[in-house]
Design a protein around this ligand. Sequence first.
Ligand code: PMT
Length: 220
Amino acid sequence: HATSKIKNKKILITAGGTKERIDPVRYITNDSSGKMGYALAKAAALAGAQVYLISTNASRVVPHGVKAQYVQSALEMQQAVKKIFATVDVVIMAAAVSDYRPEKKWSKKIKKGTANDLTDLKLVKNPDILASLGEEKQHQYLVGFAAETNDLETYANQKLTRKHADMIIANDVSKQELGFNSDFNAVTVLTHSSKPIRLPVAAKSQLATKIIDLIAQHIS
Ligand code: PMT
């Protein structure tokens, strides 16, 4: 059975939305709950993998046997990922990494109507963690997600190529009842070697098992 190929493999999974601090009480984030990443961590651990979870959400229950580390920002996530990247066999970037962060982090709460008024908040681009892993990768099998509201497969295919990923799990996030923060999802799995595989609406736990099985089929 293909899933046995996952046994004892080291899998790094990221989960949740990053928090980009503005000041001690404010940040920029997104609706990712971490559910998809945690479901994948559980499925991979059940298949016998050694799972390292890098999560932005410390309130979720860590699946049995999974090692978890918590981070907030994209920069912290990138640092944590890079630290163990060389030692892992598979990386699954399920986290919703903020593409932008405030140019400056204020140490005191910003006051309305002062010179630092937030109406002038300036953002800078965060690094693309998946793309940078794509450039550095050696033996690692790289899995990214693509969250799209339109032209799902076109954009997801572009991410597969541009980020040098081996697999992209594309989810349509235009529907409120699926994707971000839902217990359900529907995904299309894209690789370089096979036709798109469409996995219709199901619980994230069920999709996670199927995704881990597909990864197992592709790794040597
Ligand atoms: O957490 P849940 O509530 O369960 O919701 C799950 C989910 C919808 C968040 C998840 O299934 C998902 O789609 N995660 C990726 C969200 C996202 O950031 O998509 P993207 O299309 O912007 O990014 C593409 C890929 O590049 C992703 O693997 C992402 O982790 C990665 N990325 C993006 C930006 C960035 N600066 N660095 C990255 O590594």
